[in-house]
Design a protein around this ligand. Structure first.
Ligand SMILES: C[S@@+](CC[C@H](N)C(=O)[O-])C[C@H]1O[C@@H](n2cnc3c(N)ncnc32)[C@H](O)[C@@H]1O
Ligand code: SF4
Length: 454
């Protein structure tokens, strides 16, 4: 392992460290072309023969305009033509995958983007019908969609409900007019209120809000105000993401004036103020960046120790197989990760040629699954029993000794407790969990630049 040793425990210094977000382990920079369409096809056929239900992820990489801060894989389209063409290719991809898996049972469907609500309703409904025709969608399926509140009318919400959508996530980000101007996303509170009301009137009550800290021009006062107004609308969940500024990777972020970005100490303070404000509204903290109402299934999963973390964030979804559809989507089977061509043209070429669009991935090998479990547990419930993890994988717990050594300064400072082989994050878990998890990442330091830890 050639990861840096954690040598000091100043939160402000730790916050400047760059570590992966660990929505997968191994992380995407370690994917390679060794996982191609042929390998993935074999994995999908095996998934079809297992009895367990699978999850589906559908990526829609279109937005009407690109927000300055956006780190998602998406592009601007003012017209519906390219989106309709994309929807047709998605339908062909669904047919191709279903030929490999057969009619597997489906427990979760997640639409992400980009802005999936830009799909014209008839196209969206045709895809949902295809999913029902080709797979066995469970009656209690969780059917979630990410929505841009600027494009949610009452009619849209009714159609989503009629198509079986059970959960929606609205990108709120920040409600301060000055911050909205600086991030290229003008979206007054009334727009969010109207979208939420439309969803509730239609019968979709499980709604998440995405908020962000670390944006240009944010102050304690503006973020408190944003968090109060957002939590005051009583969504069932709130996600609070630290703005990841990676302009070398996302050129649209060059539109953000770096001089107006809060520094590491200010980010810690902004996150603290937002968290305290949300907390005061009775929300329960979930993992490093989510909040849920006490009666939400995420809270129950946290308390039962069954909370999971995947590409979409925290979830109750325990399926071992996630099938990704659309350009850039990432899927997972018990054998490994598989990612589709990131560009829409490359993805379409493959699908139209009757092949999966898989271009890279990572077959699990060696300690990957075991270390992935440890990292997921630390980021979800902030504690892990290393000897139990080792036992599940027939390994020696001493495999983790090097990781424990790397945590020694944090243990000495009382931030992390180690009792035998059990590791528990004691203080500032949301700030340091990614860093603590990185102590058990055997690939760290070998995979490119990441965003800052806090
Ligand atoms: C696909 S968007 C949500 C749906 C819709 N496109 C919207 O913006 O309303 C996913 C979420 O990722 C978050 N996000 C985007 N860029 C980010 C970045 N650079 N750093 C951290 N979070 C980011 C935002 O909170 C955003 O709501
Ligand atoms: S934040 Fe949402 S609406 Fe804005 S560019 Fe990204 S995906 Fe599109």
């Amino acid at each position: 392992m050639n990861a840096p040793v954690i040598s000091s425990v100043s939160l402000s210094e730790l916050a400047r460290r760059t570590v992966p977000r660990y929505t997968s382990y191994p992380t995407a920079p370690h994917f390679s072309t060794r996982v191609d369409a042929g390998v993935h096809a074999a994995w999908l056929m095996r998934a079809g023969r297992r009895a367990d239900a699978v999850s589906l992820y559908l990526h829609v990489p279109f937005c009407r305009s690109i927000c300055h801060y956006c780190g998602c894989t998406t592009k601007a389209s003012l017209k519906d033509g390219p989106i309709l063409a994309y929807a047709e290719t998605l339908r062909r991809e669904i047919a191709l995958v279903a030929e490999l898996t057969g009619p597997v049972e489906v427990s979760h469907i997640h639409w992400g983007g980009g802005t999936p609500n830009l799909l014209p309703p008839a196209a969206f409904e045709a895809i949902v019908e295809d999913l029902h025709r080709r797979f066995r969608i469970r009656d209690d399926v969780e059917h979630a969609i990410e929505l841009d509140p600027r494009h949610v009318t009452r009619m849209d919400a009714r159609r989503l409900m009629a198509a079986g959508v059970t959960r929606a996530s609205l990108g709120v980000q920040d409600l301060d007019p000055g911050v909205q101007a600086a991030i290229g996303r003008i979206q007054p509170l009334e727009v969010v209120e109207a979208a939420l009301a439309a969803l509730r009137i239609a019968g979709i009550h499980d709604v998440n809000f995405d908020l962000m800290y670390g944006l240009p021009g944010q102050t304690r006062e503006t973020i408190r105000h944003t968090a109060m107004n957002a939590a005051g609308l009583a969504p069932s969940r709130i996600a609070l993401f630290g703005y990841a500024h990676v302009p070398w990777f996302k050129p649209n972020q060059s539109l953000i004036d770096e001089a107006s970005l809060p520094d590491a100490d200010a980010r810690i303070e902004l996150a603290r103020v937002a968290r305290e404000t949300i907390d005061a509204f009775g929300y329960e903290p979930i993992g490093i960046d989510h909040f849920a109402r006490p009666d939400d299934p995420l809270t129950a999963a946290r308390d039962a120790g069954t909370l999971r973390r995947n590409f979409q964030g925290y979830t109750t979804d325990a399926a071992a197989t996630l099938i990704g559809f659309g350009a850039s989507s990432i899927g997972r089977t018990p054998e490994g990760f598989a990612q589709n061509a990131p560009d829409t043209a490359g993805w379409r070429r493959a699908i139209e040629a009757g092949q999966l669009a898989t271009v890279r991935g990572k077959a699990f090998e060696g300690e990957d699954l075991m270390r992935g479990e440890v990292i997921e547990a630390l980021l979800s419930v902030f504690t892990v029993d290393l000897s139990a993890a080792a036992a599940r994988h027939g390994a020696d717990p001493a495999t983790f000794s090097e990781g424990l050594d790397r945590l020694a300064p944090l243990v000495e400072a009382g931030w992390v407790a180690v009792d035998g082989w059990t590791v528990r994050i004691e203080r500032q878990p949301t700030e340091i969990a990614r860093l603590v998890a990185s102590a058990f990442d055997a690939y760290l330091g070998t995979g490119g630049r990441h965003s800052v830890a806090v």
